[in-house]
Design a protein around this ligand. Structure first.
Ligand code: R1P
Ligand code: URA
Length: 237
């Protein structure tokens, strides 16, 4: 596939070897504007903003994945396969399935369970659990400890559906049967693509709402107020 790809217009040398990847394009812009030096907009196709700059002297890209596994599947595949990206760290929001997790808690995904057909359709893989890079997770945990930012390792439910009917899966069942402590919509596809292509992926999440307590953050807070997670991701690089 020649560069640019159908979804990324950046030149190859404009994408760094490590990409920080929120779902939300405006969260990508926030990270670039608040944390990167000399950030340059390198992708705006479909408004999936991507910026490359430096953080403490190291070149980094922050780019949006969009929402859901089809979208994450496209961006992570193109970045790994055609842009030679080695590491992707997703920084997302998640809904808590247990009262062990409260709004603003930061979770490090240690496994992603899903009913998604993504891996089956992509290469016939029947697994329903995907794993992040052990090395990246160890680095992230060490960094969080140094920064004294609490990070909770947990299994996540990667869901294809944000709005499910009440008679469908109950979140307590998903916790009890599959040990999923929170829900988001991309990690399973990201980890699958990383495994497929021999690359590294990890995922940090900030709890934005709770199925247990019904607390929830505004869209602006989901865009901008996840600074602990952002710092851990950036410092880990
Ligand atoms: O905040 P982001 O990274 O988009 O992650 C979560 O938020 C979106 C749903 O609101 C889904 O993409 C889900 O995974
Ligand atoms: O996918 C998501 C993300 C945040 N909160 C949810 O309930 N689901």
């Amino acid at each position: 596939m020649p560069i640019p790809t159908p979804h990324i217009e950046a030149k190859k040398e404009e994408i760094a070897g490590t990409v920080i990847m929120p779902g939300d394009p405006l969260r990508a812009r926030y990270v670039a504007e608040h944390f990167l030096e000399n950030a340059k907009l390198v992708n705006k196709v479909r408004n999936a903003y991507g910026y490359t700059g430096t953080y403490r002297g190291k070149e980094l890209t922050v780019m949006a994945s969009g929402m859901g596994m089809p979208s994450m599947g496209i961006y992570s595949y193109e970045l790994f396969k055609f842009y030679d990206v080695e590491n992707i760290i997703r920084i997302g929001s998640a809904g808590a399935y247990t009262d062990h997790l409260a709004v603003y808690d930061v979770v490090l995904v240690d496994s992603a369970w899903s009913r998604s057909s993504f891996a089956k359709v992509q290469n016939g893989c029947q697994d329903d659990v995907m794993y992040p890079s052990k090395e990246l997770n160890a680095k992230i945990l060490e960094t969080a400890e140094n920064l004294q930012i609490p990070v909770k390792p947990a299994r996540v439910h990667s869901s294809d559906v944000f709005y499910a009917e009440d008679n469908m899966d109950d979140f307590r069942e998903l916790y009890r049967k599959h040990q999923c402590e929170c829900v988001e919509m991309e990690s399973f596809a990201l980890f699958h693509n990383a495994k497929l292509l021999g690359k590294n992926a990890a995922c940090l999440l900030t709890i934005s709402d709770s199925f247990v307590t019904h607390e929830e953050l505004s869209s602006l807070a989901r865009q901008e107020s996840f600074e602990n997670m952002m710092k851990v991701a950036l410092e880990s690089c």
